[in-house]
Structures are given as structure tokens and as C-alpha cells.
Design a protein. Sequence first.
Lengths: 491, 95
Amino acid sequence: MSLLNLTIAQAGAALAAKKFSAVELTAAHNAAIAALNPRLNAYITTTPALALAQAQAADARIAAGTAGPLTGIPLAIKDLFCTAGVRTTAASKILEPFVPPYESTVTRQLLEAGTICLGKANLDEFAMGSSNITSGYGPVENPWKRNGSDAKLVPGGSSGGSAAAVAARLALGATGTDTGGSIRQPASFTGLAGIKPTYGRCSRYGIVAFASSLDQAGPMARTVEDCAILLGAMSGFDPHDSTSAERAVPDFGAALGRGVKGLRIGIPAEYRMDGMSGEISALWEKGVAWLREQGAEIVDISLPHTKYGLAVYYIVAPAEASSNLARYDGVRFGARVDGEDLIDMYERTRAAGFGSEVKRRIMIGTYVLSHGYYDAYYLKAQKVRNLILRDFNNAFEKVDAILTPTAPSAAFGLGEKMDDPVTMYLNDVFTVPASLAGVPAMSIPAGLSAEGLPLGLQVIGKHFDEETVFAVSAALERAAGFTAMPSVRAE
Amino acid sequence: MSLDSATVRRIAKLARIRVDDAEVGVLQTELNAILGYVDQLNEVNVEGVAPLSGGAQMAMRLREDTVTDGEQAENILANAPDRVGQFFAVPKVVE
């Protein structure tokens, strides 16, 4: 029996039934990572010894009868989550020497649930990117290939290492973070399920901050059910995060079997964009048909400010980033480059430590917040953001969930879409609006492109109604019957 | 609005990022492409619309103004690039 090609639910049941031990499961993953990670570069840092020690503790819990559904489950942790005693880089050279003295709330809760940390997954530098090519530790190779081609494709981003690790069977699941699509787009590019929950559902404490009003943690896994199990452990109120929601965590798994009978599913006209590929719109139609066949009512809706989402995002996110990243000055932690005086030291440290995409975004953010331009850019963007939120609130008076494609294309090649920053930004056109509104959204693998690459559909729900998102996603997953696997994977 | 090279240098200064002369032109082109793209927001009528600053659907939570943590100097200084005793060390600021 392969210990690598299991869902989290299957592995949890097998561990509980003592068919294999957490140590065996972890050792198999450590070996797979040692064999494949040098090629895929999905992990920046691997922690095989820590993982085995955690696995021994998990086995002890299982033997003592105090295990939960995640005890002994090996995960990849995006290298944006602070992990006590384990280097955390945010894929930036400026954090190369940084070893956090504390644990993020999300990973602490996962450790308390008994999960195993296999290592820290690669990402775009400070989570700024849609292809994982901005990482200061090298790009990640997507384990999927186009039919009959060996060309390297990107895994999406920013949670590209998390996505590649889970798709290539180098972890059973992973944590991701999503600021404008960073869980959903890589999930779509690698044939995985991934959910960005409602803003406030998961604590941001200990997650390296990019754009604080948008950043949300969430799980990535091979099934919708696995995401529900992981999200349950990751969620919950945390007094350390001032925007953490004081709400009980529902039993997400219980929502999976609800079905969609009687649910109203909105299809937003504005997502049918000029130049959308025939493949993507055909997949969307298929998703509509699957939900209709299972008893959902399909409702045409309008989200009139959709087309402005990206423009709002590329003001708000850099503005917040320019403020959040001011802390990297070479004084208290991280790398330092010496200079003639203090200012010169700051400037040299930041010039050497940040990559070009991060510098661009800090500078855009600095500009839109600067005296004389604040009203024209930042304030204006915040007002349009409110209109985007209103669009969703109006739509959710008529529908229970919204169905859209996740991304405008399948995974693209390393080196493609590099002509200018704006071309790359268009990847996030379908995912950014839900981030701006703070509503939960999930990508599920729904089919393959003509070239044999996975394509995802996105389900968007009301604030704090992840349960309906899970119910609709599970229904789509059942209908899609997606069983394809990437050609590069551990056996 | 289009940025000239002097403005690019000024932004870099504000952002505390050292920019070489050779980089200014590239940054100018890239930043102008992004600003050109976001200019489409000028089409939107936002008359009477309040700005939305955050994703949270709630008021900011307050807590008692009391000390909840501390006495962790070694933990905090462990990551310092340079230190002297219990202090972060930086290049001389005052002559």
C-alpha cells in the first residue's frame, strides 16, 4: 500500500486502525521529499528530524487513545507561517537568517491537533506573485506537464510550493495564505482543492504580513473533505489578532453531505470576460449543469464593479505592503548590509534583501500613500472596494453561493507572462474580488484542459458561510470525478 | 499621471531602497504601467461612498491596557544582526 497517495481522511482512519504508524507515514514522506524536492523545489527548508520526532509523539497519542482526525498527518507549511525554532524566510533573502522565537497561531493549533511539519514550503517572495517565480530561493516546478511536453510550468502562486508539494505526493496537505488568490489559483493550476475562508476566520498572528486587510490563511489538499478537516483545526478566535472573529467554528465536515438541492447558485455576468478561452467557459458551463442536475437553482446575477477589482487590489495591497515591510531595516532581525551611516545601511539592506517585484510593490505603495496622492489613489481605491463589497452583499440577497472559474487559464510556462507586471497581475482577475470583500471562496479541480492540465472552478459564499461553500464544492467534486494525477510524483 | 525619473528617485528615498541610476529607467517604465492600469478607477462614480479600510465585518476590538507579555530580551535579541549587551547595535547616528 502506498503511504503517499492517500487522502487525509483515509490516512487518519488507517492510523487510528493501526494499519501503519505515524512514523512510517512520515518516513515515507521524508524519503519522497529527499528524492523529488531537489527537482521541484517545493520546500525551501525541510525538517525531517523534527517531523520524525513529532511522528513519535503522534504515535504515542494514538496508542493512548487521545488522537484526533489530524494526529500523525504530515503537512507542508507555507514558509510565511512563523514556526518556533525553524527558519522562516517568506521566500525573501532579507529573512534568510530569521528563526522565529514563537509559533503562529494557525500552526500552533495544527501542532496541537497532532499534525507533522515536513518542512517550509516555497512561495513568491512575501507572497507577492502568481507563479512562484519571485521566490528568493528559486522557482517551483509544477509537477503537471502538458501532454507530450517536458516544458517546465509554474505551479501558480503565491502558495506554489504548498501546491506542488501536495500535488506531487510530498505532503498529504498544506497550509497556504491568500491575499488576492494565492491559495485558489495555485490549487487550480495543480489539481487541488483549496479554500480561502472568510476574513477573520483564521488568525493572522505569526503569519508574515503582506496586506493585512486581505491576508487570510487556509488549507490546500487533494479533496474538499480534507480541506474541511484542516480548516476546522486552523480556524477560531485568537485574542492576538485584532481582526480575528469571535465566532464558534462550525463542523465544516458535516456540511459536505448537505447537497445543493434548493440552493440558489449565482452566475455573475461580469466574469464572462472578453477573450475568455473556450475551454474555461465550457468548464464553467459544465459546473452549472452539474449543480442544476443535483437540484440547485441557477440564477443570473450581476457584480457590476468586478472589472475594477484588480485596480483596487493593486493600490490597496501595495499600500499595506509598503507599511508592513517598513520593519525590514536590518536592525532587529533579518539580514543587514552595512553602510556609511544609518540611512545608508537601511537603503543598502533593503536594496540587497528585497527582490524586484517586492521593491516595485513597496514603491507603488509608498507613492499612493504619499502626500498629494493619497486621495487620488488610496482613498479612491477604498471607496471602490466598498462598492465591490456592496455588489456581493446585493447578490447574496438573491443567491446562496456564486460559481465562477478560478483562473483565466491553465498553468503557464516558466518565463511566460513576464513581459510586464500587469500581464502577470491578470491571473488574479477572478479571485481578487472575493478577497476585497472578505468573503470565503474555494477552488476545486473540475477538469483537464486539452493539453492535459488541471482547471479549477471557484465557489464563493457569504461571510462566515464556509459551510455552504463546502456543500457546493463537495457536490461539484462528486460530479467532476477528478482523478487525474501529475506525471511527476512520488510513488 | 506619469512619473518622471526625479519622482522615482524621491519614492525610492521615501521607501528607503537604494536605487542605482541604471534601475531608475526600468522602474519608471514598470511603475507607470501599473499606475496607467489603475487609472481606470477614475471612471467610477464614488460620490457619497464611504471608504472601506478592511475585510473584517466588525468593529475593532479593544482590550484592557495592561502588560500581557515581556521579560523576553534574549528571545528578541537572538535574531539581531548586531547587538551590544541587551541592545540592538546600529551605525553611529549622532556625531
